[in-house]
Ligand binder design. Structure first.
Ligand code: UD1
Ligand code: UDP
Length: 382
């Protein structure tokens, strides 16, 4: 029987988390032969995830340099991946999400006339500068890809509105598949600094903030709001695993370092991260992945951005877009910290993003696309 040769490419922490269950699923299938190429747009933060999911890369472009520009990331990947594709001639290249790794890898595949499957397709804010450059990366991927694996029906509708008609399939988000590997285990934290957090008698807030459009004033406002909250509420602790980007590390330690009840930590292993969120009172974040994971864990999310390409949790009532003004963030967080009724309304486990079977659907869909099975799987619906 024919085997479909797939090259899965990813490079940053969130892509690795969300591609790991799909790589596992493709390895289980006898009809697919999956090889993995990492760009290593992230190095340490990627390697941690690879280790946790037991993935060893077949190709490693190793492109990360501290603080490098988007142009540099793009050209290095085009060059390096172009060579890998030329040598290996896969039947399909799979990419994930909205990173520069994803967009550039799809472009490299297109230049070699290899079909592209886009996992997590169709999310949109409609604002080309927010998230920046991710909104544009993901939109351009919509033009480049042959298969569009959209997590939700809304995402599929976004693609159709842009005139994309073929190859769209609603799968659910593979992040929910990944959580089957990382949660529910009776494990203790792997790090000593997390053991010093007072989960028993204080309310813990998980905080992350790293987006480019939040650099500068918005990030100052966000950190200012966190300081206000810690001053006002003496029963809260904030845990902030700080992204390795120097553009984030500097302001984070300048504004939040050394303040009692604010824990700045190194990036966490995914199992620690999911455990931290599950033991937290709420999550405040500008991360995409956390907006999907927190609702699945029954935790309210305050989105530290002016808009979101993930409106499903907002519609479900578990996330609120707070914007990036200090007083707005403080006010909205203050409501959740003082009004038990409002908190309870938001703290419900809903899962608009998936049912844990997205990888299975994507694999089935690929088999169908290549003529190795005669029926499309049923789409994900809530
Ligand atoms: C990238 C993605 C963003 C995603 C984020 C996830 C793009 C344009 N952006 O943003 O969509 O939300 O990853 O975290 O693709 N660094 C390290 N070690 C690491 C990782 C990063 O030192 O393991 C530092 C380096 O100095 C690096 C900098 O962080 O240059 C920024 O990394 P980069 O991938 O350019 O952007 P992110 O902000 O991480
Ligand atoms: N994450 C992690 N350790 C951390 C912070 C995040 O394992 O210290 C995980 C998180 O649970 C999610 C993914 O990394 O699965 C999200 O990555 P990030 O916020 O960097 O990127 P985004 O989702 O915004 O693109």
């Amino acid at each position: 029987m024919k085997t479909i040769k797939i090259l899965s490419v990813f490079g940053t922490r969130p892509e690795a988390v969300k591609m790991a269950p799909l790589a596992a699923e493709l390895s289980r299938r006898s009809e697919t032969e999956n090889t993995v190429c990492v760009t290593a747009q992230h190095r340490q933060m990627l390697d941690g995830v690879l280790k946790q999911f037991g993935i060893s890369a077949d190709h490693d472009l190793d492109i990360m340099e501290p603080g490098q520009t988007l142009c540099k990331i793009t050209t290095k990947i085009l060059d390096g991946l172009g060579d890998v594709i030329k040598k290996t001639r896969p039947d399909l290249v799979l990419v994930h999400g909205d990173t520069t790794t994803a967009f550039t890898s799809a472009l490299a595949a297109f230049y070699e006339q290899i079909p592209v499957g886009h996992v997590e397709a169709g999310l949109r804010t409609g604002n080309r500068y927010s998230p920046y450059p991710e909104e544009m990366n993901r939109s351009l991927l919509g033009r480049l890809a042959d298969y569009h694996f959209a997590p939700t029906a809304k995402n599929a509708a976004n693609l159709r509105r842009e005139g994309i008609e073929k190859g769209i399939f609603v799968t659910g988000n593979t992040v929910i598949d990944a959580m089957k590997y990382t949660t529910g285990k009776n494990i203790s934290y792997s790090r000593d600094d997390l053991r010093t957090v007072n989960f028993k008698s204080r309310r813990v807030i998980t905080l992350t903030c790293h987006r480019r459009e939040n650099y500068g004033k918005p990030m100052e406002n966000i950190f200012g709001a966190i300081r206000d909250l810690v001053t006002t509420f003496d029963d809260i602790e904030v845990v902030y695993p700080v992204h390795m980007n120097p553009a984030v590390r500097g302001p984070a330690s300048a504004m939040l370092g050394g303040i009692p009840r604010i824990h700045l930590t190194e990036p966490l292993e995914v199992t620690d991260m999911h455990k931290l969120m599950s033991e937290s009172f709420m999550v405040m974040t500008d991360s995409g992945g956390l907006q999907e994971e927190a609702p699945a864990l029954g935790k309210p999310v305050i989105v530290l951005r002016t808009e979101t390409e993930r409106p499903e949790a907002v519609a479900a009532g578990t996330a609120v877009v707070a914007g990036v003004r200090r007083e707005d963030i403080t006010r909205i967080a203050g409501i959740l910290l003082t009004d038990a009724g409002e908190y309870d309304k938001m703290a419900k486990a809903v899962n608009p993003y998936g049912d844990g079977r997205a990888s299975e659907r994507i694999a089935d869909c690929i088999l169908y696309g290549f003529g190795l099975c005669d029926r499309m799987p049923a789409e994900f619906s809530i």
